[in-house]
Design a protein around this ligand. Structure first.
Ligand SMILES: Cc1cc2nc3c(=O)[nH]c(=O)nc-3n(C[C@H](O)[C@H](O)[C@H](O)COP(=O)(O)O)c2cc1C
Length: 494
């Protein structure tokens, strides 16, 4: 088992430390050489956005047209993550959507936020697409209902954001971005217009499900993968953190599937991950069971791109509906009210909101399922607490393995020095004997058998011993410093 490796390394390090600690004068230092409370210390770090504290650093990505409503969001919040209600197309749950789409959207969003609050005391967010024609009204509802945080994607949330009202109501703001450039532009403009900046940033990478902020050609480019962009956004936010005197965490997602993925993304500098696909495959997900079953039934080859009428590519499970759209054989449809500003409804071969709503209701012949690149790996529908539990275990194992990999060379180095120290000590003892013998010879027979030479070698070996011991001490201190950073829950969080 992988986790045994860390135990073995820690046991060697503990022996080396005991050896050293017995010779250390500082009592306070000795206390730092210990692994606090065993495995529990390898749990994931708490995620903080200002005064919002999520014990589980997982944001359930907002999933539009009824996939993430109050049931899923409250279940995630209840487990300690951030649960998110998607406002996009939420009015399609209402009977009067075709009569008054705007009113239906606002009513349904208000009801879902209240229902989620009723079901959980945890953190509830709302996801609103900037490209929606009723973006500002939906944002007003989220503020009135005091959602904890609003995620704003599919466009740059710059103009007309009621920042002051959000601050007064205690509603945090997090733009969803697809580049460092977009991040910087949003922050610069917010500072100029509002003298304030957002509270967190979400980077949705190219493996995500749903609409993507990249061209199809960009998707495989190493420069847009999480590994490249997350550290760059973290770096770009530093001056803003200093200027505004608060930490601005990055949330990153797209393809995050296992606990070890969570560990990998957090080690890039993200404070939390955003996950969609895994939450679709839960009992609490608000979609019809047929929608979830489509994930289980899908193969890797089924996951592909669609050209959305919104003007962006989207990742979905390709089915006959999509193929018939591409072949131009879909019947005409009636646009209810131009819900998306960028939608070319006149030229579109179908209404994406209706298609997604049909899929939500399990009518897959009349719609399709958005899905992340890893959706084909789903083979069971879990309960949210079980999914979070699985992620926690995977995270812990990956964190332990990651630490083991970094500690191994350090402990090997200390052991080598320890051997060297022992061999020097042995030579010192031998020289000590030789020195005594030389002294005796000098007293008894006035014979000098190189006593000065022996003394010089003795002194230089003792200096080498002291130097080696110093290096052992530093090695052990550095090893424990690393353990403290990696094994403490709040590691890296300010
Ligand atoms: C079914 C589905 C619907 C989605 N709808 C939205 C949406 O309405 N707004 C949004 O910002 N992101 C949406 N997303 C993206 C998710 O919020 C999340 O960022 C993404 O799924 C993360 O990638 P993953 O699926 O690989 O975990 C959707 C994703 C899926 C799978």
């Amino acid at each position: 088992m992988k986790t045994k490796r860390l135990d073995a390394i820690l046991s060697i390090l503990s022996d080396l430390t005991d050896d050293l600690a017995s010779s250390l004068p500082a009592e306070s230092l000795r206390r730092l050489f210990s692994l606090p409370a065993g495995n529990r210390r390898f749990t994931w770090p708490t995620f903080r956005i200002g005064d919002l504290v999520a014990p589980v650093p997982v944001v359930q990505g907002g999933m539009g047209v009824g996939i993430s409503l109050s049931r899923l969001a409250s279940a995630v919040a209840e487990e300690g993550g951030i649960g998110v209600i998607a406002a996009n197309g939420i009015g399609l749950l209402e009977k009067d959507y075709y009569a008054d789409g705007r009113a239906a959207n606002l009513r349904a969003l208000r009801r879902e936020i209240r229902a989620a609050r009723e079901a959980s005391d945890g953190i509830i967010g709302v996801n609103i697409m900037v490209a929606l024609n009723d973006f500002h009204e939906l944002l007003d509802v989220a503020i009135e209902e005091r959602a904890d945080i609003v995620f704003m994607g599919a466009g740059l949330p710059i103009k007309g954001i009621p920042v002051e009202r959000m601050r007064t109501a205690g509603v945090k703001a997090a733009p969803i971005v697809s580049s460092v450039r977009a991040t910087e532009m949003i922050f610069r403009m917010w500072k100029k217009i509002y003298k304030d900046v957002p509270d967190a940033v979400v980077y949705e990478g190219p493996l995500a499900g749903g609409h993507l902020g990249f061209s199809p050609e960009q998707l495989d480019d190493p420069e847009v993968q999480l590994e490249a962009v997350v550290p760059a956004i973290v770096e770009a936010l530093r001056p803003w953190e200093t200027e505004f005197g608060r930490s601005i965490p990055v949330i990153a997602g797209g393809g995050v599937y296992s606990g070890s993925d969570v560990q990998r993304v957090l080690s890039l500098g993200a404070g939390a991950v955003q996950m969609g696909t895994r939450f679709v495959a839960t009992e609490e997900c608000d979609a019809d069971p047929a929608f979830k079953q489509a994930y289980i039934d899908s193969t890797e080859a089924d996951i592909g791109l669609i050209h959305s009428p919104v003007g962006m590519p989207g990742r979905a499970i390709r089915n006959d509906f999509i193929r018939s759209v591409e072949a131009g054989t879909r019947p005409a449809f009636r646009c209810a009210w131009q819900c998306l500003a960028s939608c070319k409804a006149d030229n579109a071969k179908y209404c994406i909101s209706i298609a997604l709503n049909n899929a939500r209701r399990g009518k897959l012949k009349h719609g399709f399922v958005f899905a992340g690149a890893n959706a084909w790996r789903v083979d069971a529908i879990l309960r949210v607490p079980d999914l979070i539990g699985e992620l926690a275990i995977g995270f812990r194992e990956a964190a332990r393995e990651h630490l083991a990999q970094r500690l191994q060379p350090m402990v090997d180095g200390i052991e080598k020095l320890r051997k060297r120290y022992a061999s020097i000590q042995e030579q010192v003892r031998e020289l000590h004997t030789a020195y005594s013998t030389a002294l005796e010879k000098r007293i008894r027979s006035m014979q000098d058998i190189g006593i000065d030479g022996i003394y010089e070698r003795y002194e230089s070996l003792r200096a080498a011993a002291r130097e080696t011991q110093h290096r052992i001490t530093l090695g052990i201190v550095d090893a424990w410093a690393l353990i403290r950073v990696e094994a403490t829950p709040d590691a890296g969080m300010v």
